[in-house]
Design a protein around this ligand. Sequence first.
Ligand code: CMP
Length: 146
Amino acid sequence: MAKERTLSIIKPDGVKKGVIGACLAAFEAKGLKIVATKMLHLSRPQAEAFYAVHRERPFYKSLVEFMTTGPVVVSVLEGDDAIAKNREIMGATNPANAAEGTLRKLYASGIEENTVHGSDAPETAATEISFFFAASELQSYERVKK
Ligand code: CMP
């Protein structure tokens, strides 16, 4: 298993629903290490740039609107197969198709307001992490037994 890093965003709906702690706890419970985290309110240019890959999609404008409606929590998660593991924890993009117990099944209200984002591949993870964090902001520590 490869040690990876991935970017997580707890979206404005997740922040407003008060599930920041529940999401971070789920990542940690599944063995992912939080090596950076912060709260910020995305500007429109930031949201447009972050989701530029979806520029041509019919939902792009609405997605950018939604992502700027309130603060988000961005984190870097590290661990074995962190990208796939985080996607498993999140569940399918559309909560209607998400497995029981996943964050989107538990908390998302729709395909757009789907509570969390996670990188989908190593290349996008690297780009997305550097979008929000300088290398010097990523911490290193050992997890120990409780
Ligand atoms: P995310 O994992 O952040 O990646 C792109 C986002 O676009 C996705 O989660 C949803 O928030 C949103 N999205 C994807 N598909 C649709 C859709 N069909 N309609 C509205 N929003 C969508």
